[in-house]
Write a new protein. Sequence first.
Length: 214
Amino acid sequence: MDEEITIIDSNTRNEKIKNFFINNKKNLIVGATIILTIIIGYLLMNEMKEQKKMESANLFNITTINFKLDDKQTTINQLTKLIYENDTTYSPLALYFLIDNNLIENNVEINILFDELLNKTKLDDEIKNLIIYKKGLYNAEKENEEILLNILNPLINSESIWRSHAMYLMAEFFYAKGEKLKSKEFFSQIASLANANKDISQSAQKRLSRDFSE
C-alpha cells in the first residue's frame, strides 16, 4: 500500500513538473535567451576591453620608442589622443611622458589633460590621488597659493597615502616664497601625522629642527 502511494505521488509530481514546463514554455525560452545574451554580452565586452587595452599599450610603446625631438608634434598628437581614450594605465603614462620631456610648454593645455584624467578616467582612488599630487607638483612653480591649495586640498583634507606628500609640497612652496610661518605650520602638521610617509615625516622633522629652531 505504501509503495503504491509513493508511486502515485511520484507520478503526480512528475506530471506537475511536466505541466509547469508546458505552461511556461515561452517564458522559460525568453528567460534562457536573456541570460544567454547577458553572458555573451559580458564576454564580448571583456574581450573588447582587452583588445582596447592592447591597442593603447601598442600606441604608447610605439610612440615613445619612436620619439624624436625633431618630430615632437607627432608624439604630442599620439599621446594626447591616448589621454583622451581614458585608459587607466596608459593615459596617465602618456601625460607623464609629455611632461617629463617638456613636449607641451603651455600650462593651460597640461592642466586640461590632467583634468581629463581626473574627471573622466575610471581610476583607483590612490592612483587618482597620485595624479592630483603630480598636478600640484607640476603647478607649484607656475601658480599662486590659492590655485595650488585648490589643487591639493582634496589630498590635504583626506586620509590618502599622498596626504603628507601634498602637505610637504605646500610647506616647501611657502618656504620658497619666504612665508616661513605658513611653511612651519605645514611641516609641524606633517611631523604630528600618525599615517605620514616615514621619509616625509623625517624630512619634515629635520626641516623644523634646522630651519625653524629658535
